[in-house]
Every structure is written in C-alpha cells, then in structure tokens.
Design a protein around this ligand. Structure first.
Ligand code: NAG
Ligand code: NAG
Length: 433
C-alpha cells in the first residue's frame, strides 16, 4: 500500500467530515489521479433517485443519447457501474448481467458544472488522470461499436480489462473509452449583481499608528516624518458548489475593478501605504499625529456568471449564487494635535488639523459622511501605494483535497484530532483485510 494514497484518502475522508453534509441520498464521486490516488470530485455526485426517472444533469453515456445515463449499484458489497436503461440500472458483475430497479444511484453533474471527456484507453496504458470511479477502485468505461451502439461497464485497472454489458452478456475487452472529468484551469466571474438591500456597510475608524513630529529649532519650520502603515483588505466570493477552490479567478467587480483572486478562499490583499506626515510647527514645539483608517465591510449575497476555462481553451459558463465579503480601506487620514511646548508640555491655543492621506477611488456603495472640519489645512501629500501582493487567505476552511488546504489556526488541533481518529480506523480496516 502506497503511503501517499493512504494520506490522500485520509484527507478526503476528513474533507467529508468537515464540510456540511449534503442530503443523505447523494455522495460526491471519486476521481482516480495518476498513480492510483483517489480524490473527491467537486462537480460530480452519485444521487439515489429511488427509482424515479432521470434526475436533471444526469451524465449520459453517449453524447448522442441523453436518455441512457450512468448508474451504479452495489453487488455483493461492491459498487459497479453500468447504464440506466428504462428505469433499470444494468451492470456487469463477474460473468453475469445484474438489473436493479430499486437501489441504485445515478451520476449527476452538480448544476451542470462538470465537463466530461471520453478518453481512449487500452491495456498497455495507465488509466487517464481524473477517471471517474463508482467506488472500489474501478473506473467508468464504455465501448462504442462501428455502427454507433454503445455499451457501458467498468475498467478494473489491476486486471487491465473492461467489463461491459453487451445485450444479456458480460464481455471483457482490452480497449475502451474512459469517462474523465476535465478540471478547469481557472475561472472568470462577471456580471456580478450584489443583493444591495442586504449589504452591510460598517465604517469604523481604526487608529493605525501615532507619529510625533518635533521642531527643536529656534524658528517656525515645516517638519516631516515618514511612516508606513499596512491595511488589511479582504475579499471573498464564497464557496460555490461544483467549483474547485484554489484555482485562479479573474473577478470583474460591479464597479469595473478587475482582480485576480484565489477562488473559494478568503483573499488577503494587504496593502502598504507610505505616508509623509508634515506640520508647520512654532519653535520648541511638537505635535502628535494619529493616523486613522476608515474601513468598509460589505457582506452581500450575489449572483454572477461564472466561466470555467479549460486547458484546451474551451469555456463553460453558468449562473451562480454566492456570498460576497469585502473589507477594505476607504480613507486614511492624520489628525495632528494642537502643538505643545517641548519643555513644559503646555498646549498652544491652536486647533487640531486633519489631513486626508488616501481616499479610495472605488466608491460605488460608499456612504461615508465627511465630518472633518479642517480649520487650517496642512499641505496634503498623497500617499504612495505599494503594489498589492495577493496571498492565500487565512480564514479559509478549505476541504478540497487537490488544493493544499490552508486552515484557520483554531482549526488545526481539530484536524489533527480527526487525522488521529481516522488513522486508527484505517489501521483497523487494514488489519481486517
Ligand atoms: C444549483 O441549482 C439549484 C437548483 O437548480 C439552486 O437552488 C442552487 O442555488 C444552485 N447552486 C449554485 C451553487 O448555483
Ligand atoms: C510653557 O512655556 C511657554 C513658552 O516658554 C510659556 O508661554 C508657558 O506659559 C509655559 N507654561 C507653563 C504652564 O509654565
């Protein structure tokens, strides 16, 4: 037993435990990756339809006929795959054809989000990466005859043969087409409509730093001090069913702002602002400059057009719903205290001065009320913004096994605990085999 396989399957198991469970009658499909490691598909699931018809977005076996779809049923404790024909799941098992009309599951593309490929296989080749498995290490396989007939069954990678139902017989073949899930390379999110009535804007001023400016000289002088403050900027477009977290996503905001983000994660786009603080000070005085940030927090459900872009350049677009969260700086300012004498701390009778250092240009939903009464305006100096460095968020509770999960600090002890439990369970299972 390969140890990587063990680790990965444990991660998959943890993922299932950590994510909120779906309706009990469906299970995410498994994909076989290179080397025989199995991961959970984000776009495909097996749905128990209790014998009632073909569910929406069921995966057809042949592109030409959408009435015959993939199904799986358990035969003697083992899942095997075949085709759902006229309400009956027809599967090969050992040397017989089994027909199930009650207890079977249908392969469904979650909201039509899966892109599927049929990849040629023969016994001299390894199964293609991301082959879909009904369970128990076998893979969905089909055969097409020259006259367009198609037959479904499964590939047993270890045996290097496919088992296919042809009429009322099980046929074993050395070549087949394997059903493979194509994973998007990246996403694009456009046409975003925020549900404005439920948008919450909570601006609150945060003191970032206090800088002291002094004029020890014997005449009035303009004193300058440099300061750098880093302001958190968080962006999240939610975790959307049937999408792969961790992929790059180009997001076009309703206000036209474009940004590359990590999909499915809280993105932390912290930004450093280099500030020049300055004050005209009488001789022998100083002033304290408080640097204040106004942060806008937005939380809103949204709908948008999500396009998945694949390696071959093909695109698959659909409308999604999600929850958007954004926390960003909209204004930076400095408030200079009235000057005071350095030697006896007596404050001079002068008003405080407010200087705006930065103002966000994206003000679509801003409702900031500028109540600063600047009496004697100090010469304002624009702050120079350093390019932002996108990085993976720290608040993500990603359970995607294919993208390295970045978990919130408080989560890790729980994960470790789960891993230990699972390791134990796994050992017991191995002992029994
Ligand atoms: C998927 O489709 C269902 C119904 O068709 C809808 O309620 C749900 O919001 C969709 N999910 C996503 C993530 O778009
Ligand atoms: C502090 O010093 C200034 C100037 O030297 C003077 O005008 C002021 O009266 C002093 N204040 C006190 C409380 O001594």
């Amino acid at each position: 037993m390969c140890s990587t396989a063990v680790t990965i399957s444990l991660l998959v198991a943890i993922g299932v435990l950590v994510t909120i469970p779906e309706a009990a009658s469906s299970e995410q499909a498994k994909l076989r990756q290179e080397g025989g490691v199995f991961v959970t598909s984000s776009t495909l699931k097996w749905v128990d339809v209790k014998g009632h018809g073909i569910p929406q977005h069921a995966v057809p076996i042949s592109e030409e006929d959408s009435t015959i779809v993939w199904c799986r049923s358990k035969q003697h404790g083992t899942y095997v795959s075949g085709s759902l024909i006229n309400g009956a799941c027809v599967v090969p098992f050992l040397n017989s054809v089994y027909i199930t009309t009650k207890k079977f599951e249908v392969l469904v593309s979650v909201n039509g989000s899966a892109r599927l490929l049929r990849v040629k296989w023969d016994k001299y080749r390894a199964p293609p990466p991301n082959s879909i498995s009904p369970g128990h290490h076998i893979l969905l396989a089909m055969h097409t005859t020259e006259d367009g007939e198609f037959h479904a069954g499964f590939l047993k990678p270890r045996e290097r043969r496919v088992h296919i139902v042809v009429g009322d017989k099980v046929v074993k073949e050395d070549t087949a087409m394997i059903l493979v899930e194509d994973e998007p390379l990246r996403y694009e999110l456009r046409d975003i409509v925020l549900d404005v009535p439920r948008t919450e804007i909570s601006p609150d001023e945060t003191e970032l730093t206090v800088v002291t400016l002094v004029n020890p000289g014997s005449s009035q002088q303009r004193i300058e001090e440099q300061a750098t403050v880093t302001v958190r900027h968080l962006v999240y477009w939610g975790r959307v069913k049937g999408t792969l977290a961790g992929r790059s996503a180009l997001v076009v905001n309703p206000d036209g702002e474009q940004r590359y983000l990590v999909w499915g994660d809280q993105n932390e786009l912290d930004r450093a602002h280099h500030l020049t603080l300055q004050a005209d000070l009488p001789p022998g005085t100083g002033t304290n400059a408080r640097v204040l940030a106004t942060i806008r927090k937005t939380e809103a459900p949204y709908t948008g057009q999500l396009t998945a872009v694949y390696a071959d350049g093909s695109r698959l677009a659909r409308t999604i719903q999600g929850l958007h969260m954004d926390q960003r700086l909209i204004e930076l300012k400095a408030i200079y205290s009235p000057p005071y004498y350095l030697h006896n701390k007596t404050t001079l009778d002068m008003p405080p001065v407010t200087q705006v250092l930065y103002k966000s240009t994206t003000t679509t939903t801003t409702t900031t009320t500028t109540t600063t009464t600047t009496t004697s305006p100090a010469p304002a100096q624009a702050s120079i913004a350093v390019p932002e460095a996108p990085k993976r968020g720290s608040l993500s509770t990603d359970s995607e096994p294919s993208s390295a999960p970045s978990l919130h600090g408080a989560f890790q002890p729980l994960m470790l605990f789960l891993i230990l439990i699972l390791l134990n369970t796994f050992r017991k299972t191995v002992d029994r085999i």
